[in-house]
Every structure is written in structure tokens, then in C-alpha cells.
Design a protein. Structure first.
Ligand SMILES: Nc1ncnc2c1ncn2[C@@H]1O[C@H](COP(=O)(O)OP(=O)(O)OP(=O)(O)O)[C@@H](O)[C@H]1O
Ligand SMILES: [Mg+2]
Ligand SMILES: [Zn+2]
Lengths: 361, 204
């Protein structure tokens, strides 16, 4: 898929700008703080209905403005052109139109624009807590099929409900509360088991691709492994029952897919605690490449690649290796230090103070 | 700036309504203040009259006008064999529109949701069990919403009702009629597949 053009009104530092994108590789360059990431963030928002930097919608509206507007023309894999318009008002609900038709539910936009985002923050996937790695795996699942999005939101809701019930029990359960806890447990058992099964299958498919991607970007091949470590053995219902007393006392749910972990290792050592900074960075890139590759392989999506500021940390050899390893779909990269040395972009955009200018390539 | 006591009281009262935040409450209040006096009075009379005449049915907890029991509970042609359990009175209106159902209803007045502090005691579950015990109900059709809370409520009802020896069924959730299969969204289609039914030769 491809984005042809993007119009931004009152988006972050942009007052009103129009940008046309070529296919192939586009380099977006400019000094710090000029609005490069803001531009990618807008495309990312249309794909995921939120900022990939984790900023709340309110922060995306230009300071002093009442609402932000994005308007994008995208072309999907089968050549269909779609006009997507989003309005984010400071007060009230966001509004989205596709081909001038108002979407009844915001979530209906998901899947219309698909992106894979690479950012320096990805290092946290390796160094940070297990929630980030679960989120990484789940995002790839959702890209492959929207039913996993529904499964995840069901799961989150069951957990909220179950935890509310545990807290209201105040440390002890009467017969009625036991009864109602049984109901949430059985919901948790079905959604939790389904999510774990899907995660494990996807990870199995991902591991060889991770290894390949790592070898390419690290330029020093090593055995990379990712294994799923679950908080229960084979029967989630039974595990919930065993943990019940403990959960009631603590007022939280201590087993389930929200307590599972994806363990990453390089060679024989755990990546989180043992790998060097450079190794961790390569692994983070490999995690993004691997997820992108399983999504592509399923045929449901050919995501646009958004690479925010990832080349500044790489030496020219590794930058070249990464550029080479990227799938040949539309690629948009940002850089504050000029072009990554080996890059031969098809288009260069200069960003200065919220204005975008096309450079003669 | 702050409003006079009278205006603030109006805003506060409106703000207590479900789905109305402080901003909307203000907007509605000013709309009412600007509207012709008859309009505002008509609204206040409608509220007063509804509160006076409409109450909840003693038996099924549906809305009831002019009596302890609602029109459906009073109707002798309704079969008491079949009992359809719904979350709210609005759901009765929806089922009635189908003209397919000739049994009676029971309104739970909500769905099971610990986040909102709604448990068995906040719903009309004990009343339902009393009815199943006392009336000649053969089948309870659970027609709670097809969302998580509705499903949990259904599971809870099964737990309470099964031991009483009554047949408990659940509405199938499936495809909208009149729509093309090819345009059904994946989730609806997926659920419809899960809830598929056996087709037999028809000789029962
Ligand atoms: N809501 C907003 N309203 C106005 N300006 C904003 C808003 N949000 C962010 N900015 C401004 O946008 C600028 C940052 O833009 P952006 O993050 O895109 O920079 P960048 O070009 O990616 O820089 P770097 O190279 O440092 O990553 C900041 O100067 C910030 O003050
Ligand atoms: Mg940036
Ligand atoms: Zn009644």
C-alpha cells in the first residue's frame, strides 16, 4: 500500500501543509524540532488511531487551535484509491470519513492504512518490561486479523471486571461472589487461552525471520531466540482456581496472558540484561522487521514503512544493511543529520519549521 | 463567572442525567432558558406525568402504566411457558416488534458489571428465580446483549437456573438479514460461524 498525499491542518507544529509522497524511498530531512516526526506521526495516527509516540490526542492538536485535521489519499494493494479525512477536536469525538462517507465507528478505520513503525524508542522492546513485548506481538496479530483486536479488548474488559469484583470482595468471598467469579473465570479462560495459542503460533512463525533480520542488521551473526513463557501450564481454568485465594487477597488477577513474557536472548544470554547496547539496538530493529515480515507473508497487508530517526545510531555498514533488508514497498525515513550515507532516495523532503519542501532529487 | 443559584441548580440537575456531562448540561439549560415558556413547561409536565403514571411492573419489572402489573403480564393470551429475559425495557420493545414471541418477559434492569458495582443483588435475579419456581415456566430464553457483560450475565443466569430444572436457551447472534455475506464484517461472520446450527432433513 501507499500514501500519495497528506494534508495537515493544525496538526502538532503544522498550521497548514500539503505533502506529496513518491513511491519507493523518501528521505525526510531537517534539523531537530522542525516537524519530521510529527509528519510520520500523522500517517501513523491514520493507521492506528493514536500516536505511535504514545501521546494523547490532545497533544496532537496545534497549541491554540480547536481541532486538527488530516486528509490523506492512500492506494491499497489492489490499486483502489481512498480519501481518508480525520478531524480531532479538542472537545467532543473524533470524526472520520472514508471517501466522504462518515464511519459509524472509529475502529472501522483500522486496517485501511497499514504501517510498520521503526523508532529509537524500540530499544525499549528489548530493555523494557514484558508488557511492551506482549504489545509488539499482539500488534502483529491484529494486523493479520481484526478478530485479535476484538479478542484483546474482550480480555482487557474481563480483567477489569474480574479485578473490580476481587477488590469489592475485600479479601473474602461469599457464595454468591464465588459464583460470579466463576463466570468471569470461564470468560477469562476462553479468551486467555485463545490469545496465548495465537501468540505462540505467531512467535513460532516469527523466530526464524527474527534470526535472519538480526544477522542482516547486526553484521555479526548470532543465535537469536524468542520464547513464550506463560504464567500457566495447560489449563487456564485450573490455574485460575489454584490462584483464586491469592488473587482474592491481593485484589488482582495473577495468571493470564497479561502476565506472560516473551523472553529474548542473543547467543546463550538474556538480551534484556546481558546484551550490549549495539546488540540490543540490532535486536530491536529485528523485532520490527520480523513482525513486518510475518504480516506481509500473510498477504493481508503490505505496510508502509515509517522509519523515524533510526539511522543516526547505525554505522554506515549497518545502515546500508538495514536499507537493503527493507521490503520494497513505500519507505519514509527521517533524519536530522542529513541523509544516511548509503541511501539513494527517490525523493527528498526538507522540513523547516513546520513547512515541507521538495528538494530536486 | 458563576451563574445564579437558580440557573446553577438547573445545570446541576441536568448534569445528573446519564450521558450528559457538564458541557452538555450547560447547553441544554441555556436552550431551555431561551425556549418559549410553553416548550419548557411541556417538558416539565411530561416528566411529572410520566413519573406519576408509569412505574415498574411488580412481576416482570417492565415499565407499567396504570396498574401493578404491565400490559404484557396482564394479557391472558400470553404463554407463561416461555420466559424471555432481557436487560432493559427497551429490549422488550425490540423483541415485540418481531411479533414472533408470544411468551412473557423478565427485565433484569441491567447487566452484570462489577466495574459499575452491578452484581447479582443489583439485578432482578432473585425475583426471576422466584418466578421460575412459582410460575409454570418451561423455557427461559436469555436475550441479554451479545457483548461481554451480556454474555457474563447469561452465564450467571445459567448457573442459577439450571439446578431448578428449567430449560435455558440463548439467542443466537448472527448475520443481519438482508445483508450480503460478502459485506458482513469479519467479527459478525466469525460469531455466526461459531453459533452455527445443524440443518436436519426437516422430518424432526
Ligand atoms: N501540539 C503542538 N502544537 C504546536 N507545536 C507542537 C505541538 N506538538 C509538538 N510541537 C512542536 O513540534 C516540534 C517537534 O517536532 P518533531 O518532533 O516532529 O521534530 P523532529 O523534526 O522530529 O525533531 P528531531 O530531529 O529532534 O526528532 C517541537 O518544536 C514542538 O514544540
Ligand atoms: Mg523526530
Ligand atoms: Zn410485567
Amino acid at each position: 500500500m501507499q500514501i500519495r498525499s497528506l494534508h495537515l491542518t493544525n496538526w502538532r507544529s503544522y498550521e497548514s501543509s500539503d505533502v506529496e509522497f513518491g513511491d519507493g524511498l523518501t528521505a525526510i530531512v531537517g534539523e531537530n524540532g522542525q516537524g519530521k516526526t510529527n509528519l510520520l506521526e500523522a500517517i501513523g495516527w491514520l493507521a492506528g488511531l493514536g500516536s505511535f509516540r504514545g501521546a494523547p490526542d490532545g497533544a496532537l492538536i496545534r497549541i491554540g487551535a480547536d481541532s486538527a485535521i488530516l486528509r490523506a489519499v492512500v492506494v491499497s494493494g489492489d490499486g483502489r484509491e481512498q480519501l481518508i479525512e480525520a478531524e480531532l477536536p479538542r472537545i467532543g469525538r473524533n470524526r472520520i470519513q472514508v471517501n466522504r462517507q462518515r464511519l459509524p465507528r472509529m475502529g472501522d478505520l483500522l486496517g485501511v492504512v497499514q504501517v510498520t513503525v521503526f523508532s529509537p524508542d524500540d530499544l525499549e522492546l528489548v530493555k523494557g518490561g514484558p508488557g511492551l513485548r506482549r504489545g509488539w506481538l499482539d500488534a502483529a496479530l491484529v494486523s493479520r486479523h481484526p478478530k485479535y483486536g476484538a479478542l484483546r479488548s474482550d480480555l482487557e474488559r474481563v480483567l477489569k471486571q474480574r479485578n473490580a469484583l476481587l477488590r469489592s470482595a475485600g479479601g473474602r468471598l461469599d457464595a454468591d461472589a464465588e459464583f460470579t467469579l466463576d463466570v468471569w473465570d470461564s470468560k477469562l479462560a476462553t479468551t486467555g487461552t485463545a490469545l496465548r495459542t495465537a501468540r505462540v503460533e505467531l512467535l513460532d512463525e516469527m523466530v526464524p525471520r527474527l534470526g535472519e533480520a538480526y544477522d542482516v542488521v547486526a553484521r555479526r551473526p548470532a543465535a537469536v531466540a524468542a520464547s513464550y513463557e506463560s504464567s500457566w501450564d495447560d489449563d487456564l481454568s485450573a490455574a485460575l482456581m489454584t490462584a483464586r485465594g491469592h488473587d482474592v487477597r491481593r485484589g488482582v488477577t495473577t495468571v493470564g496472558p497479561h502476565r506472560d513474557e516473551v523472553r529474548l536472548s542473543i547467543g546463550a544470554a538474556p538480551a534484556r540484561t546481558h546484551a550490549s547496547q549495539g546488540e540490543q539496538r540490532s535486536l530491536a530493529l529485528a523485532l520490527r522487521l520480523g513482525a513486518d515480515s510475518v504480516v506481509r507473508a500473510s498477504g493481508v497487508a503490505q505496510p508502509i514503512l515509517l522509519l523515524d530517526d533510526v539511522f543516526s545510531e547505525l554505522d554506515p555498514h549497518r545502515a546500508a544493511a538495514l536499507l537493503d533488508a527493507l521490503p520494497r514497498s513505500q519507505r519514509l525515513l527521517t533524519s536530522a543529520v542529513g541523509l544516511p550515507t548509503p541511501a539513494r532516495p527517490d525523493q527528498v523532503l526538507y522540513v523547516v519549521d513546520g513547512a515541507v519542501r521538495v528538494a530536486a532529487a | 463567572m458563576s451563574y445564579s443559584v437558580t440557573v446553577q441548580e438547573l445545570i446541576d440537575q441536568l448534569g445528573r442525567l446519564p450521558g450528559i456531562g457538564p458541557k452538555s448540561a450547560q447547553r441544554v439549560a441555556f436552550y431551555l432558558l431561551k425556549a418559549p415558556p410553553e416548550d419548557a413547561l411541556r417538558l416539565s409536565r411530561a416528566i411529572a406525568e410520566a413519573k406519576e403514571k408509569v412505574s415498574f411492573c411488580d412481576r416482570c419489572f417492565n415499565l407499567s402504566e396504570g396498574g401493578e402489573e404491565c400490559a404484557i403480564c396482564r394479557d391472558p393470551r400470553r404463554e407463561s411457558r416461555l420466559l424471555c429475559v432481557v436487560e432493559d425495557s427497551q429490549d422488550i420493545v425490540a423483541v415485540e416488534r418481531t411479533q414472533e414471541f408470544r411468551g412473557r418477559y423478565h427485565v433484569l434492569q441491567g447487566a452484570f458489571s462489577p466495574i459499575d458495582g452491578i452484581g447479582v443483588d443489583q439485578l432482578r435475579v432473585k425475583e426471576l428465580m422466584t418466578r421460575v419456581g412459582e410460575e409454570d415456566v418451561e423455557e427461559v430464553i436469555v436475550a441479554t446483549n451479545p457483548n461481554l457483560e451480556g454474555e457474563a450475565t447469561a452465564a450467571l443466569l445459567v448457573k442459577y437456573l439450571k439446578p431448578m430444572g428449567v430449560r435455558v436457551t440463548r439467542l443466537a447472534s448472527g448475520l443481519p438479514v438482508g445483508g450480503d455475506l460478502e459485506y458482513a464484517d469479519e467479527l459478525t461472520l466469525g460469531r455466526a460461524l461459531e453459533g452455527r446450527q445443524l440443518l436436519d432433513a426437516g422430518d424432526d
